[in-house]
Write a protein that binds this ligand. Structure first.
Ligand code: PLP
Length: 315
């Protein structure tokens, strides 16, 4: 049993919708606390409104007062009021196995957090089992440039000092990040997979968009330690991600999937980690297995045409 605390994406590609799809694909019952409603499609967000603090608190109490939630994922929190509320529940020990996706901005460049990015670290850093920033978010959280894999390692170490057990810095934006300032669009969460343990097992049922689905057969492998993965990744066509976990630096590499359909990859990755933690996977395996899952999600949806903009992955 898992819980997502996140915003609604009316286009069904990211947010609560992606999270619940991902939980279901893992055969994990999904509960949800909706923090915001966005009017959104593949081209962008046209309106967004936060849910009031009292109604979010009521949802948290309803879920946590009845269900034995084993793992929790947070996504869009909108602003500091809901960030503080969620932190209160975490501080009270009510959000076990907490995966914090510090959602700041969409692929299409729309802002999803109005507060101070540093507040994420101050409030949720100490409570997180794993923090999953992409490069843009890591840069906003730390206020420094991150372009090379060395920078990513340093960023993971720096973020870990705020208290999470693990930090996953996702390198999918590395090329874009290297070529300019924090983008206002065109961000790409990239293919992420366990270092050298990419499982295929990709029986997702029908190949058609919206077709019948079955869970993937992969089991999640252990990530490689630092030097190994870098050589496995090579210099071209690879996405390298850095995982700082229990004081160890690991690198995860995967081939880049050439597709414009990458909407919701960050949500899907974080909720797949939560689902795997709910299933009892150890943390590094939960992360690497979730990455393999996202790689397959990108591959499976690579040729879909579900809208005029970047379409969703196959959660
Ligand atoms: N919409 C909602 C409600 C989200 O929570 C998120 C990300 O967490 C997004 C949109 C952005 O998704 P993406 O950056 O993959 O487009």
């Amino acid at each position: 049993m898992a819980l997502t605390i996140a915003g609604s994406d009316s286009g069904g590609g990211a947010g609560i919708q992606a999270d619940l799809h991902t939980f279901a694909a893992h055969r994990v019952h999904g509960t949800s606390v909706v923090t915001a409603i966005t009017a959104q499609n593949t081209r962008g967000v046209t309106a967004a409104e936060s849910v009031g603090v009292d109604l979010v608190r009521a949802q948290l109490d309803a879920v946590l007062g009845d269900f034995s939630v084993v793992a929790v994922k947070t996504g869009m929190l909108g602003g500091e009021a809901l960030l503080a509320l969620v932190a209160q529940y975490g501080e009270a020990g009510r959000l076990p196995n907490l995966v914090v996706d510090p959602v700041m901005v969409t692929t299409t460049g729309d802002s999803l957090f109005s507060g101070d990015p540093a507040a994420y670290l101050a409030r949720l850093g100490p409570l997180a089992t794993v923090l999953t920033p992409n490069l843009i978010e890591a840069r906003q959280l730390l206020g420094r440039e991150i372009t090379t894999v060395d920078d990513m390692r340093e960023a993971a170490r720096a973020l870990a000092t705020y208290g999470p057990r693990a930090v996953l810095v996702k390198g999918g934006h590395r090329e874009e990040a290297a070529s300019g300032p924090a983008p206002s669009g065109g961000l790409h969460e990239d293919a992420l997979a366990s270092g050298g343990h990419r499982e295929h097992g990709g029986t997702r049922g029908s190949d058609e968009p919206g077709g019948a689905r079955s869970g993937r057969g992969e089991t999640g492998g252990a990530p490689r330690s630092s030097g190994e993965a870098a050589s496995a990744a090579g210099d071209s066509g690879s996405a390298i991600d850095v995982l700082w976990c229990d004081g160890q630096m690991l690198e995860l590499a995967a081939p880049r999937v050439a597709t414009r359909n990458d909407h919701g990859t960050g949500c899907t990755l974080a909720s797949a980690i939560a689902a795997r933690l709910a299933l009892g996977h150890p943390l590094p395996q939960a992360v690497s297995g979730a990455k393999a899952y996202v790689t397959e999600a990108l591959r499976a949806a690579a040729d879909w045409r579900l809208g005029l903009g970047p379409g969703p992955v196959d959660h």
